[in-house]
Design a protein around this ligand. Structure first.
Ligand SMILES: Cc1cc2nc3c(=O)[nH]c(=O)nc-3n(C[C@H](O)[C@H](O)[C@H](O)COP(=O)(O)OP(=O)(O)OC[C@H]3O[C@@H](n4cnc5c(N)ncnc54)[C@H](O)[C@@H]3O)c2cc1C
Length: 389
């Protein structure tokens, strides 16, 4: 091994980072404030990501995708989030929504839906949560009942990212309520299926450019081959998916933290008080040092988790939860400190750091709150799952 390869990104990974950073700075960052202010879908980012082949980079080449590995996908999401977290939900949710098909779907489902996603024909959302099934995700009330060679789906999903924008949906529903989590199955539903409709967009604290809606299923008849994997395997597939995609939430968190740090670094060297740049004050230098140290630690655990995701290591469950919890807690601290470094200006929407602080908050909540991540980590540790390193 060359010394330059030792514990460092490969040249290919470096190149992906540089390409996406340039794309994000040119085509995504200029619209981030307006997307937030107007709470509108980041269509400019969508178009730029599709044109660059970065809207769903994880889709394997066999299905027409870019075939990016887990680390490359993390780099794409991190760099987009550094400019605009709402926009980073496009590649992140496309992976979340479609990974169940990739993990458990039939070859026919993969060819059809991963192919359409890769071709930019429509996004993919993930419908697990319900009003009474949040942290207790197995408490599903949505029902799917077999009717000849079809399934009939009824129920309401809550908090669905990019609902209404996406063409395709992985939907979890009870097929055998007596078996609780082992009675849950997963299905692919299309936006155009009769009986699918959407609620009004939620009015949120952050990621305002990423629509979050309820999704209603009213006697939706879907062909039996749209089940993902075997009947009763849906919950296991949904949880395995989250092991991988929590790493992408960690990537969002690292990205937004880096974006806030970068902005603050520029500001403190420009802003003068007491006749000198405020970066001369040691009190602020210590804050800056802590911010940089935490962002780097969050990045390292995120990339380590991405390696485990790519290899499918047995400690991925721990690492996915640890990376997500650590990076999102870091993002909240660092973005809050960035607001502090800008003083009163940081508190206004004339500067981007308050948006970053509001956007960072969601990374502590979705794909399992950070309390849930700690439950997951403790279970893994108590079960004796050792780190692969
Ligand atoms: C903007 C946004 C986008 C989302 N996108 C999606 C999506 O695309 N698809 C999807 O399926 N879901 C999505 N979600 C749902 C998200 O994953 C849930 O909100 C989250 O899992 C928490 O569930 P809850 O909101 O019901 O909170 P609750 O489960 O009610 O939790 C409330 C509080 O109790 C704590 N708590 C709960 N149980 C325990 C416990 N056992 N021990 C300790 N503390 C506990 C939680 O940590 C939290 O602090 C999204 C949510 C939001 C806000």
């Amino acid at each position: 091994m060359r010394v330059s390869d030792f514990y460092a990104l490969s040249e290919e990974h470096q190149a992906i980072r540089e390409t996406v950073r340039a794309l994000a700075e040119a085509k995504i960052a200029p619209f981030a404030a307006a997307v937030d202010e107007e709470a509108r879908y980041p269509q400019e980012a969508h178009d730029a990501l599709v044109a660059g082949g970065f809207h769903a980079p994880h889709v394997p080449e066999a299905y027409g995708g870019a075939g990016a590995d887990a680390l490359a996908t993390v780099l794409v999401i991190e760099e987009v989030a550094r400019a605009c977290v709402s926009s980073s939900l496009i590649p992140a949710v496309n992976k979340l929504g479609s990974l169940p098909v990739q993990i458990g779907g039939s070859e026919e489902l993969k060819q059809t839906y991963l192919g359409k996603l890769a071709a930019g024909e429509g996004g993919f959302s993930y419908c697990l949560s319900e009003s009474e099934a949040g942290s207790d995700a197995a408490n599903q009330k949505a029902r799917a009942v077999r009717d000849g060679d079809h399934w009939v789906l009824n129920g309401t999903k809550r908090w669905i990212t990019n609902a209404g924008e996406s063409e395709y949906y992985t939907v979890l529903a009870m097929t055998d309520p007596e078996k609780r989590s082992k009675g849950i199955s997963a299905f692919v539903v299309e936006k155009s299926d009769e009986g699918v409709s959407f609620g009004a967009p939620e009015k949120k604290l952050g990621i305002k450019g990423s629509p979050t809606r309820e999704v209603y299923f009213d006697d939706v008849r879907i062909p039996e081959e749209r089940i993902i994997g075997d009947e009763g395997k849906g919950f296991a597939i949904a949880m395995e998916t989250l092991d991988h995609t929590r790493v992408t939430i960690a990537a969002q968190a690292v990205g937004v933290a880096q974006g806030a740090l970068d902005y603050a670094l520029g500001y403190v060297q420009e802003r003068q008080q007491f006749g000198k740049p405020i970066s001369d004050f040691q009190g602020l230098q210590f804050m800056i040092a802590d911010m940089g140290m935490k962002v780097e630690a969050a990045r390292q655990i995120t990339y380590a988790a991405a390696g485990r995701s790519e290899r499918g290591d047995k400690d991925l469950t721990f690492f996915g939860a640890a990376a997500k919890a650590f990076a999102s807690d870091t993002a909240m601290q660092v973005t809050t400190d960035a607001v502090q470094l800008l003083g009163g200006y940081g508190f206004t929407r004339d500067y981007p750091v308050e948006r970053m602080m509001r956007d960072a908050k969601i990374t502590q909540i979705y794909e399992g709150t950070n309390q849930v991540q700690r439950i997951v980590m403790a279970r893994q540790l108590l079960a004796g799952i050792q780190s692969t390193l």
